[in-house]
Design a protein around this ligand. Sequence first.
Ligand code: NAD
Length: 315
Amino acid sequence: MACCGVIFDTIKLLLCMLCDPFVRLARGLVPKSKKSIKGEIVLITGAGHGLGKEVATRLAVLGPVLVLWDINKENNDAVAAKLRASGCKVFPYRVDVTDEQQVVQTANKVKQEVGDVSILINNAGVFSGLPLTQIPRQVVRKCFEVNAMAHFWILQQFLPHMIDLDRGHVVAVASIAGHQGVPYMTDYCASKFAAAGAMEALYMELQSMGKRHIRLTTINPIIITTGLISNVKSRFPCLLPLLTVDETAKRVVSAILKEEEVVFIPGRSRHLNELIGCFSRRTRFKILDYVSYGFDLEDPKQPETVKQQKVAEIV
Ligand SMILES: NC(=O)c1ccc[n+]([C@@H]2O[C@H](COP(=O)([O-])OP(=O)(O)OC[C@H]3O[C@@H](n4cnc5c(N)ncnc54)[C@H](O)[C@@H]3O)[C@@H](O)[C@H]2O)c1
């Protein structure tokens, strides 16, 4: 009897594996419908600047209640005021997402003052861009704390309610650097690999718990010209452009509304990454060196003072 079970399960799995490419192809060909987020409570971290600000602005016109978190009160309040003036319900909170106590307290405030978050966008991020041997310890810690560990603290506040309802949506802004090592980004890459890995494992965990209706979206952009990463270069901008914040936010919002799972921006960067992954590490480095895309540590426009300022901003 047990043997029949194994045979049945094996056939079922093989069929599933055989159908997978066709299902993916069909999904790619048939445009996915966009969900409504009217009345949903959407929390965005790092909403005071860059991608978070732009995503908030694009979501605001779709009728949700927006909860904006940022460590920079002035920027966050300014974004909230602008969106409120356009008719959106907005609740800004100043919070350092690396401070577990603050996260718990602010999450409780949000639950009392606004309600239960149904869409969580973990977007806040920091970047230093230093050689491994020169990164101050506090910067390494901060990088992991903002880019990866904070996702856990925030998820622990809002995921339980989503699990109870088997409903909700978690979005993590990771990076292409969470899938490919890049020089002078060891801390950043490692933190983004961690964020992307946590989302992958959480997907499996929710499936095994039978919670099939909580959506997870991992966003992996290449470089965006928000200022987070300065001195960026691209030898072949047609192939690997420096993304504008506007086009990136547009794609992020579309991915959220279509409940896409893993999104690379631009889409071709996923295929390039998979292609590069077929080669040895040595050849992968040569390819990266050839395309010359990323952060330029040697750029004379990056004087020591700029580097020091960047470190001071992070810690
Ligand atoms: N800019 C890029 O090239 C790029 C590329 C790929 C992925 N990303 C990712 O996109 C996300 C947004 O990046 P961005 O370019 O908009 O950056 P940004 O610097 O423009 O904005 C980041 C926001 O996060 C906030 N923040 C930083 N630390 C915080 C903390 N401890 N608590 C609360 N808020 C905090 C900042 O105040 C800021 O408003 C990040 O996760 C980043 O790693 C950026």
